[in-house]
Design a protein around this ligand. Sequence first.
Ligand code: NAD
Length: 398
Amino acid sequence: MLDSAQKLIRDAGGKLGLGDEQIEALISTNAEHKFEIALTNGEKYQAFRVQHNNKRGPYKGGIRFHPQVDYDEVRALATLMSFKTAVSGIPMGGGKGGVAVDPKKLSEEALEELSRKYVKGLYKNIGPDKDVPAPDVNTNAKIIDWMVDEYEKQTGDKTKASFTGKSIENGGSLGRDAATGRGGVIVLREILNKLSINGPITIAMQGWGNVGSYFALISEADHADWKLVAATDSSGGRYDTAGLSAKELDKYKKSRGRLVEFKKGKEITNEDLIGLDVDVLVLAALEDAVNNDNQPKIKAKLILELANGPVTYDAYRSLSGRDIIDVPDILANAGGVVVSYLEWVQNKKSEQWPEDRVNRELENYLAKAADKVYMRMKKENIPLKEAAFAEAIVKLTS
Ligand code: NAD
């Protein structure tokens, strides 16, 4: 993922006429923190926070608890965050953090201790005007609430603006849960409109988690002519050319857990879903889901990257050569960070906005961002993905 992100930055920077030094400055990180967390039960874990770029505002990005967390992954995700905040037009920078741990193996007490010790190790380097972390894979509002409490204990800061993704009772924003999926719907609608694809479309989607489920539910509610024909989770999933109900799938997933056992449509594997003859392929699960091995199978006209880094660089180049449009993560999944920024603004002003205000602001940021990226694609005659990186680079270097 780091390699793919850096190649995209080099491509876009080169076309904009940036010299090698300027490009390397965009790629390099401002600060990297690594420390060990020792729990009272004797277990030890490596913890990271990478602060990539703060030219446009405080570093912003999630904290991931996962056994495979390492410097390269955190660097890649921090880099993508700087480009995501820039392309979406919010005044924040990019950072990312993580702990190499499987939180499912920890007791509730150990998880709280780990979360608090992460903040104890880092509090001098983060804060409302310095670096504002958020949840990511395997972290949630409960963990963030512990972290905010610990930050307050260490520093006395009571604004709650030190972290986003808090519970609503603790200063979180309404609309945050659905924001990334909702943002994906806004971006897809804008790009389809600009491409004059106004008629009915078919969609296949990989990944039915937070992002994918909200994307499917909001699509179904707002766009009667978008037909979801296939959906999978890690177990595989279902395919029905007549269309699947997102509401029914979501209810099933929440109560039973495995989409492959859903009763309607026929069974489909994740690999077969990638090759379906649909208008839009939505990737809402994993990085590198589309790669050199499976990209020749793709028949979709457009890919919407709701996951981070779901298409490798080489696969993207091949897809561009076949005129398949790849709507990049830094635009397609920016809804989450936009609403995180809106949460931070609400905390700073001691306000709590109604959900429709949050959604309106999200709509404004992303519709504008999609427009700018599309206009750049047309003007420069470059792929949409490269246009998004170029748009971000212009903002990061001006
Ligand atoms: P999640 O854990 O809620 O859901 C992930 C989904 O992917 C689950 O349904 C899981 O079953 C499925 N999955 C796992 N392996 C799979 C496989 N091999 N094939 C098909 N499906 C598989 O996670 P999420 O919060 O929805 O995040 C999904 C992606 O979106 C991640 O890349 C994440 O970094 C990215 N993202 C999330 C947000 C956010 O606000 N949650 C914001 C930006 C980007």
